[in-house]
Design a protein around this ligand. Structure first.
Ligand SMILES: N[C@@H](CCC(=O)N[C@@H](CS)C(=O)NCC(=O)O)C(=O)O
Length: 139
């Protein structure tokens, strides 16, 4: 389950990096982001313990660029130093990397996996993208 450090539970633009537990994966996230929620849902469903640092994406802390080259959330940093970003790729990687004792979401058969990923792409194109576009147009 997610451990959200008290000082950083709100979106942060703090100039100093938070003190983190080096034994846990860290998810750099932000509130109200469907991309971040995608990764959080997966980690929670797989019952992988992780900690969250919420980033203020409108006023990003300078140190965050040192965490991830795209300067975007979600970004995950594992205790072994691996850094991943792009929520769909992260979700697929984390699902496959953290197999032992966790629920597996994507099938291991390559064709079955491709079909699942195609369905995800279709749902994004048909449902998620139009909702995002409509919400941006209404601003
Ligand atoms: N395609 C990326 C999109 C990530 C993204 O756009 N993240 C936004 C927050 S929802 C962000 O970090 N924006 C800050 C910026 O673009 O500078 C994914 O699926 O992870």
């Amino acid at each position: 389950m997610a451990v959200i450090t008290d000082d950083y539970s709100a979106n942060t633009s703090a100039s100093s990096r938070p003190v983190l537990d080096p034994t846990l994966p860290t998810l750099y996230s932000t509130r109200m982001s469907p991309y971040c929620q995608r990764v959080r849902l997966l980690l929670n469903a797989k019952e992988i313990p992780f900690q969250v640092v919420n980033i203020n994406i409108w006023d990003k802390p300078k140190w965050f660029l040192g965490v991830t080259p795209l300067n975007k959330v979600p970004t995950a940093v594992e205790p072994n130093g691996r850094v991943t970003f792009e929520s769909l790729i992260m979700a697929q990687y984390l699902d496959e990397e953290y197999r032992a004792g966790t629920k597996q979401f994507l099938p291991s058969d390559p064709y079955a996996k491709a079909r699942e990923l195609l369905q995800i792409e279709r749902i994004i194109a048909i449902v998620a993208d139009p909702i995002r576009d409509a919400s941006l147009e209404s601003k």
